[in-house]
Design a protein around this ligand. Structure first.
Ligand code: FEO
Length: 384
């Protein structure tokens, strides 16, 4: 596949994967992207996941048209992109491998390196001429590992963006970009908003016409749309107005309360109400929705003098990703000694710029007039 006259796509689609990175469901598979820049010198941009050695090497061979690569640029050492470095060098042993100091430390940890391997250790901002194409390597530490760097080709105005601007989903399946890119961003890069912001600032100084990420489609049209979403996500700015209600329920009483709260919010004209059962819905989708909307309502039961495990896991996912700048409402259920609301609130103690609704709803087993009234009050506070 031709990206520009000189740049070819040589990546692969994975439809056999059960969980990406050991935890994320990928109903539409996953793409591991890799590219070749054909100039006087030839550079290969990253490799692919271990299972796809043969397919990737054959894509590469076809793109090379009988020539040999001069460079292999390793932008990221996570195995979904680096697993085939040694397999590549078996076929093309004269290639110079390009990375930074951290790249080669990690490479030595993953593989037994040949001491004669040709390597080029680059610094951030360093340039490499391939002939008419000049590459600039820009470090992007923690987007998503410390050794990550992105590469800018000033001739074709292409940014090879590593994991940034990636998404779940193979490239032979049509789907909305933002939904799976958001779930990917908050699941995988979400903790490193500050670092993603730094990368966006570096990118703002470049004339970019095409973004070539390591996952998901090559982005060519309407780049402002993608850059704007990335700016919102990485600055923890809510993307949409609305309420996300995340709940757990054991016998259905908390669920009933949540359903009635959702109806009340809608009645009051709330812009958008999204509801998820943390025990049954995809956790990464729930994390994504919590970051997407500007308000969050958490409803759970007291359990072992704590909160229901799925809710604890969910809040941990949020706080470890720097959840901030949001308003939260709490609903708790407990047949005796309810402590869920206090426990949930305590879990956000170190989070920045979180405000809580004045009303906390306590249900003692099942909804009664007093808890219904409290729900209505919470709906009033959270509807806008
Ligand atoms: Fe796609 Fe961080 O690896």
């Amino acid at each position: 596949m031709e990206i520009t006259k000189d740049i070819r796509y040589i990546g692969v689609n994975d439809h056999e994967l059960d969980l990406f990175e050991g935890q994320y469901i990928v109903p539409n598979g996953m793409a591991y992207n890799s590219y070749v820049i054909l100039d006087e010198k030839i550079a290969v941009m990253d490799t692919v996941e271990v299972k796809f050695r043969d397919q990737w090497l054959s894509n590469l061979e076809a793109a090379l048209g009988g020539r040999k690569p001069d460079y292999l640029v390793v932008q990221h050492m996570e195995p979904d992109h680096s697993a085939n470095i040694m397999e590549f060098l078996k076929v093309y042993p004269d290639t110079t491998v390009i990375g930074n100091g951290k790249t080669f430390t990690m490479m030595g940890q993953f593989f037994d390196l040949d001491p004669d391997m040709k390597k080029m250790v680059v610094k951030s901002g360093e340039k490499l001429s391939l002939g008419s194409h000049e590459l600039t390597f820009v470090f992007a530490p923690m987007v998503h590992w410390p050794e990550v760097m992105v590469t800018y080709d000033s001739k074709d105005k292409v940014l090879f963006s590593a994991d940034a601007f990636g998404k779940f989903g193979a490239l032979d399946v049509e789907e909305d970009w933002a939904c799976e890119a958001r779930r990917y961003y908050f699941g995988i890069v979400g903790k490193y908003g500050l670092q993603a912001q730094k990368l966006l600032k570096s990118a703002a100084g470049l004339d970019i016409q095409t973004i070539c990420p390591l996952h998901g489609p090559v982005l060519k049209e309407n780049l402002g749309y993608y850059l704007d979403l990335y700016d919102k996500w990485s600055s923890y700015t809510p993307e949409s107005k609305g309420v996300f209600i995340a709940y757990t329920s054991v016998y259905g009483h908390t669920k009933e309360a949540v359903e009635s709260l959702a109806a009340m919010l809608e009645e009051k004209g709330c812009e958008k109400v999204s509801v998820a059962d943390l025990a049954r819905d995809d956790m990464a989708e729930c994390v994504e929705d919590a970051f997407r909307y500007d308000r969050l309502i958490l409803a759970t039961t007291t359990y072992n003098n704590d909160i229901f495990p799925f809710m604890r896991t969910f809040i941990d996912h949020l706080t470890e990703r720097g959840y901030q700048n949001r308003r939260i409402g709490l609903v708790e259920n407990g047949t005796w000694a309810p402590v869920a609301a206090k426990t949930m609130k305590g879990m956000f103690e170190k989070s920045k710029n979180i405000t809580f609704a004045e009303t906390t709803v306590t249900i003692k087993s099942a909804l009664k007039d007093d808890s219904r009234a409290a729900l209505a009050q919470l709906a009033e506070e959270m509807a806008h």
